[in-house]
Design a binder for this molecule. Structure first.
Ligand SMILES: [Zn+2]
Length: 238
């Protein structure tokens, strides 16, 4: 679906993938679950583009609900897959540490895992080869994505600022809908390795000139960065 003329979304508020469209080609932000590959093909067909327009994949981090079809694009089409240096191992299949226990409610948890299974999420998709990125990098891809280091959810979590579409993709640095409780609104994301680092990283978003703050899970946020940070801080201390 179209969020803006050059910005499209695949998937839903449980797990989402985004496309940046320019005349130079397409940048894919996160690759969801393996089954989202079919949704990608359908989306490209609907807008008259093809897989060969894709110039690169940028992952917000290396968790398996974000690496879905990255390896398929890399192996079959030679498309480079960029990920924060400290998450390269995770994207390539290293097991993450078990995060601290999160609050959860049975209904939302079942809905999330049922969706993940329906999209092939049990196969734990690894990427065989990645390009490491770091804070401040500007990637040679459509939309000129800028990398912002956001350690916390995982050590190599990054936000991806794409001025061309006035958006920042934050992955699981925060969420606007907890997949574990169903609670909506900006808040710390579940399955986070280091809560205090994640909390500090939120400050990196302050001052960004964007219309969209787009998490990996939950609705895109269009209320501005200041309101987002305030809502996050309120949720954090609740
Ligand atoms: Zn996630």
């Amino acid at each position: 679906m179209e969020l803006a003329p050059q910005l499209r979304r695949i998937g839903n508020d449980l797990v989402a993938v985004h496309l940046i469209l320019t005349d130079e080609g397409i940048t894919v932000i996160d690759t969801g679950l393996p089954g989202h590959y079919r949704d990608l093909r359908r989306e490209l067909e609907a807008i008259g583009r093809s897989l060969s327009d894709i110039r690169g994949v940028v992952l917000t981090h290396g968790d398996s609900d974000h690496t879905g079809f990255a390896e398929r694009l890399r192996a079959e089409l030679g498309i480079p897959v960029y990920v924060g240096a400290d998450d390269a191992g995770r994207a390539m299949g290293e097991k993450p540490p078990s995060p601290p226990k999160d609050r959860r409610r049975l209904g939302p948890v079942l809905r999330f895992f049922a969706y993940a299974i329906s999209k092939g999420g049990v196969s734990m998709p690894k990427v065989a080869q990645v390009e490491s990125v770091s804070d401040g990098d500007v990637l040679p891809l459509p939309g000129d994505p800028v990398i912002i280091g956001m350690p916390g959810h995982s050590p190599g979590s990054v936000a991806i600022h794409v001025p061309a579409v006035r958006a920042v993709f934050v992955g699981d640095a925060l969420t606007t809908r907890s997949v574990l409780t169903g609670v909506e609104g900006p808040q710390p994301a579940p399955f986070t390795d280091d809560w205090s680092a994640a909390s500090r990283s939120i400050e990196r978003l302050v001052g960004l000139d964007v219309d969209w703050v787009i998490p990996g899970h939950g609705a895109p946020w269009v209320g501005g960065v200041s309101a987002l940070v305030a809502a996050y801080r309120a949720a954090e201390s609740a």
